[in-house]
Design a protein around this ligand. Structure first.
Ligand code: CTP
Length: 412
């Protein structure tokens, strides 16, 4: 059972950590809650003790014979602090240790995830910016705060991301460490990179109420965006008709049609280190759209819809590169046919599209749409091939980023 230390520092969002704690315990994690004294002003020790099933202490003076100030950090598989206040991050960045949580952060050798929550002014203060940069450079995963309603009537950046999002990121980090990704700076190997991910399926309007579309859920693209953000990237997620919550710390641009997707991808690809086209753009659109609802006719005849082909966005960004050093990734769903196997067709597609990597799903045994799992092969234009066994879309996302990172030229 993975051992998680859930640190809670003193902010109003401390109550949301109860929900996070629940998610950890219900999914088989052994959780020790370590609040700060200020956190206990917001949510009392009995709540944490009851929800975690363990005694709770904020200082280093209880159970001293067990040396908790060292033991907790040394034996943890993951430390998550939610909410992490500006004060807590300042202490962590400078190695101060005046209570049980800061001692635990100093002794922990496992991954550390911080979910900041504070007022916008505090988040934007140069001291906080510098502390966050220091922590990230050491491999601490600092989740970008969300925008929205803050403690009072004010709104802005600084809200604690939803407990579900923090949980997903924490679980991702645990999974990466268990599959051999090194702890430390390698956990945040996309820091300083800007990546663009497209997700979902585009819709082509026929009339004000009808469209041509496809069944892409957006799950794989969202997993890619979340994974990149957790690894420290600045992420632009271009979402076509996806009904999933925004991943924490990700800029989401919403589009509907393939033309809108193309505009958004071209606009953001110009400054991107990597573009991953996980979206399923409609390949065709009606030649004309009706401004009014198309009506049935009494004679039983049906209207003919003439289609024209949409531009191939992946091919366009791969062949006319805004940045020659950017890594461009495409997806392909193949079944194999009389002309070749799944991999033959995929290799031909990789060459045709001109991208650097192609993630190939073999869909002959059934579709992957809407499923939480995936199985794939990641083909490289340099002839490489990585088999990804059946697993979560988030595990596949991390392996895709591993392949992308290995193709980056080092920062100058
Ligand atoms: N893609 C794109 N623009 C399109 C269509 C697809 O950028 N108009 C991208 C997808 O995001 C995906 C990849 O291209 O990364 C999929 O390739 P595609 O040729 O669409 O695959 P299939 O639809 O399977 O093509 P075909 O039917 O020709 O095999």
């Amino acid at each position: 059972m993975p051992r998680v230390v859930l640190g809670v520092s003193g902010g109003i969002a401390a109550y949301k950590a109860c929900e996070l704690l629940r998610r950890f315990t219900e999914s088989g994690h052994d959780v020790t809650v370590v609040p700060t004294a200020a956190a206990l002003e917001f949510v009392g020790a009995p709540t944490w003790a009851a929800l975690s099933g363990k005694p709770v202490s904020a200082d280093v003076w209880s159970g001293v014979h067990e040396v908790p100030h060292v033991r907790l950090g040394q034996t943890a598989d993951l430390v998550v602090v939610a909410p992490a206040t500006a004060d807590l991050m300042a202490k962590a960045a400078h190695g101060l240790a005046d209570d049980l949580l800061t001692n635990t952060l100093l002794t922990a050798r496992c991954p550390v995830v911080l979910a900041p929550a504070m007022h916008t002014e505090m988040w934007e203060h140069p001291a906080t910016t510098a502390n966050v940069a220091t922590l990230r450079s050491r491999g601490v995963v600092v989740i970008e705060p969300a925008e929205g309603r803050l403690t009072g009537a004010d709104t802005g950046k600084g809200r604690l991301p939803e407990p579900e999002e923090i949980f997903e990121i924490a679980r991702d980090v645990l999974a990466r460490v268990s599959t051999g990704a090194s702890v430390g700076a390698a956990l945040t190997d996309l820091a300083g990179r800007h990546v663009v991910v497209s997700a979902g399926g585009t819709r082509e309007r026929l009339d004000p109420v009808r469209f041509l579309g496809n069944r892409s859920s957006g799950l794989q693209g969202y997993a890619l965006a979340r994974a990149a953000a957790a690894r420290g990237a600045e992420v632009t997620l271009i979402a076509a008709n996806v009904s999933l919550p925004d991943p924490a710390g990700v800029k989401v641009v919403r589009v509907e049609s393939t033309a809108e997707l193309r505009d958004a991808v071209l606009a953001s690809a110009a400054g991107a280190d990597a573009v991953v086209m996980a979206a399923a753009p409609a390949d065709f659109r009606p030649v004309s759209q009706s401004d009014v609802k198309i009506k049935k006719s009494d004679d039983g005849s049906a209207p003919a819809i003439t289609l024209q082909q949409n531009p191939d966005i992946l091919k366009e960004i791969a062949t006319h590169r805004a940045r020659p050093d950017a890594v461009i990734v495409g997806f392909a769903a193949e079944t194999g046919d009389a002309t070749g196997s799944v991999l033959d067709l995929a290799r031909a597609k990789l060459a045709r599209k001109g991208c650097d990597l192609l993630v190939v799903n073999d869909v002959s045994g059934g579709a992957v749409f809407g499923s939480a799992d995936n199985e794939a092969v990641i083909l490289g234009s340099d002839g490489t091939s990585v088999d990804v066994p059946h697993g979560s879309k988030s595990a596949l996302a991390h392996l895709i980023w591993d392949s992308v990172v290995s193709r980056f030229t080092p920062h100058s």
